[in-house]
Design a protein around this ligand. Structure first.
Ligand code: NAD
Length: 300
């Protein structure tokens, strides 16, 4: 049974996720931890004010220190900074990487049996750093990235074909970046061939488009919904296939990098990685992504 969930980082994604959790799950305790303690407290108060309407029995706590995440069943890591003007991906990795490592040490100390879902960007490397720093099993630490990208693809396919998202046979895998890889069964290719490039481009740049329109703020509703779906898969032991960033251990002859793969997710975390038969160009892109991952890690 899932009793306690802690969210590290009570910003846009963290606070929206908290609202999703309270709307959809019955848990005993929800903890919000943020370096900006006033923000965590403000979000906690605001969420408490929805109790009268949503009727949940969850205790909501704004944590002042890491000891308050003690014995969490699930921890969602959304802490960090978003990429600001003049900052490249490597600068972002340096800042968020050190926050992630520190957080991972605290999680290992206070919640050694938890399942951790990473959200902070650059997602694949942050997932890897948390995995290595905690020393947890690869099944217990994974990242939410490809599932959001897949959700975006399903929406675009719906727009193009009118077929409900849940009936589409399509997902996104590989890196959570513009180099993501699309996988579409032929049943989902109910659109004109020349449209494929356009759809692919829109999926790859949808996150960036949202940042550009918001000006220095990234998406929140999509990421929060994608995280909540993962939490429900764990909480209700759904064994549902969801693409997540996971440690590769020889799949497609790639080892020791985290990349998005369709995985069976249930009460124990990732139950298994599904290896789909890929086309030559997809394998090549995956290999390239693993090389870029290693390079970024080397420069850290
Ligand atoms: P945000 O700036 O609104 O929230 C981040 C929060 O982290 C802030 O409240 C900040 O005070 C807190 N924080 C910073 N350092 C901390 C520390 N050391 N300890 C605890 N808290 C700390 O950002 P957001 O929109 O919520 O996004 C959070 C992260 O998620 C970003 O890295 C963003 O790029 C990423 N993101 C990923 C996806 C995905 O698909 N994986 C989607 C959206 C956003």
């Amino acid at each position: 049974m899932i009793r306690k969930i802690s969210i590290i980082g009570a910003g846009g994604v963290g606070s929206n996720l908290a609202f999703n959790i309270l709307s959809r799950l019955q848990i005993s305790e929800l903890v919000l931890l943020d370096i900006n303690k006033d923000r965590a407290e403000a979000v906690a108060c605001d969420l408490e004010d929805t109790r009268g309407f949503l009727d949940f029995a969850t205790r909501i706590k704004a944590a002042k220190r890491y000891s308050q995440i003690k014995d969490s069943d699930i921890i969602i890591f959304t802490a960090g900074t978003v990429r600001k003007k003049g900052m490249n991906r490597q600068d972002l990795l340096k800042i968020n990487g050190s926050i992630a490592r520190e957080s991972a040490r605290q999680i290992r100390k206070y919640s050694p049996r938890s399942i951790i879902v990473a959200v902070t960007n650059p997602l694949d490397i942050i997932t890897y750093l948390i995995l290595k720093e905690t020393g947890f099993s690869w099944k217990k630490v994974f990242g939410m990235g490809s599932s959001l990208d897949s959700g975006r693809l399903l929406h675009l396919l719906f727009e193009e074909t009118g077929i409900a998202a849940g009936s589409q046979q399509a997902f996104v895998f590989g890196p959570h970046s513009k180099d993501m890889i699309l996988y579409l069964e032929k049943e989902s290719r109910f659109y004109q061939k020349e449209k494929h490039k356009e759809i692919s481009h829109k999926v790859r740049f949808r996150g960036a488009k949202i940042v550009e329109l918001h000006k220095n703020k990234s998406a929140v509703f999509g990421p929060a919904a994608a995280c909540c779906r993962l939490i429900e898969a764990i909480a209700f032991d759904k064994n549902q296939i969801i693409p997540v960033s996971v440690l590769l251990r020889g799949e497609y002859r790639i080892k020791n990098v985290c990349l998005g793969m369709p995985c069976v997710v249930g009460r124990e975390g990732v139950v298994r990685v599904i290896e789909k038969k890929l086309l030559g160009f997809q394998k090549k892109k995956l290999k390239q992504a693993s090389l870029s991952f290693r390079q970024a890690l080397k420069n850290l």
